[in-house]
Design a protein around this ligand. Structure first.
Ligand SMILES: Nc1ncnc2c1ncn2[C@@H]1O[C@H](COP(=O)(O)OP(=O)(O)OP(=O)(O)O)[C@@H](O)[C@H]1O
Length: 243
């Protein structure tokens, strides 16, 4: 299901990091980025290492503050501007409209895997039994053995934790999904489960933006690519310097 009315629209997006170790030098990363994603589309961000793909994705989610430009999200049949928005506006968009799937699970001590996964639905007012049923469905689909569902994920393998994280991030049907390497460190069988889930979301009408270094995964899920180009660096600054 594709719709020509975008769910996410970015214009003139600009972002620099300030490198304190180099006398507060501004390191430009994103310059004048423009993109638009409609329901049913999956836009893959491509470009060389260090070009700014993660920076762009995190800026879309409001983890990084943009210096200029516009990030608009369709919510309640209207555009909500995220650049310069109040934190509560960003939180509201995250709660209702835009999900982010990272590679890493923030492990909560003593909470079982099924409750970790069910929690975002519970927070939105779902019946506990329904949230649990949906969490179990996703865990099964992602190949987490049922014997692990009642255990806290702290001792799970890296790949198991990653899949619990994906299940938790996808349990809510967000209209917009941002995916940061969702299949990194998964084996082939588990990768296929994640790919299937992403395709289902896309075909059900989610607007997706993602980074997929695995070209097989990218080809399986992406409907378009957006090339992120590295901006010209100021003289004397090498990429990879942390602020
Ligand atoms: N917090 C930060 N502080 C300072 N510089 C940063 C920060 N995060 C990223 N950068 C710099 O911004 C540039 C873009 O980094 P980013 O991680 O967005 O690239 P990428 O395209 O996702 O790379 P890769 O494909 O290797 O993951 C790099 O030069 C990086 O060093």
């Amino acid at each position: 299901m594709t719709s020509s009315r975008p769910a996410l629209r970015v214009c003139g997006l600009t972002k620099s990091f300030i490198v304190h170790a180099q006398g507060d030098l501004a390191l430009p990363v994103l310059r004048d980025v423009a993109l638009s994603v409609s329901p049913g589309e999956c836009l893959a961000l491509v470009g060389p290492s260090g070009a700014g793909k993660s920076t762009l994705l995190r800026s879309l989610y409001g983890n990084y503050r943009a210096d200029g430009g516009s990030i608009r999200v369709r919510q309640d049949e209207a555009w909500t501007e995220l650049v310069g928005a109040e934190p509560r506006t960003v939180l509201d968009v995250r709660h209702r409209t835009m999900g982010f799937v990272s590679q890493f699970l923030r492990v909560i001590p003593r909470v079982s895997a099924v409750d970790v996964v069910a929690e975002p639905l519970r927070r939105r007012g779902s019946e506990p039994a329904e949230a649990r049923r949906r969490a179990e469905f996703l865990l099964a689909m992602l190949g987490i053995p049922a014997r692990l569902w009642s255990l806290p994920p702290a001792t799970f393998s890296g790949g198991e934790q990653q899949r619990v994280n994906i299940a938790r991030s996808l349990i809510v049907d967000y209209p917009i999904l941002l995916l940061d390497e969702p299949t990194a460190s998964l084996d082939a069988a588990n990768r296929d489960g994640v790919v299937e889930l992403i395709r289902q979301r896309r075909d059900a009408g989610a607007a997706i933006v993602g980074i997929f270094h695995d070209t097989g995964v990218r080809d399986a899920v992406a409907t378009r690519v957006h090339e992120v180009l590295p901006p010209a660096q100021p003289a004397g600054v090498s990429p990879g310097v942390a602020a």
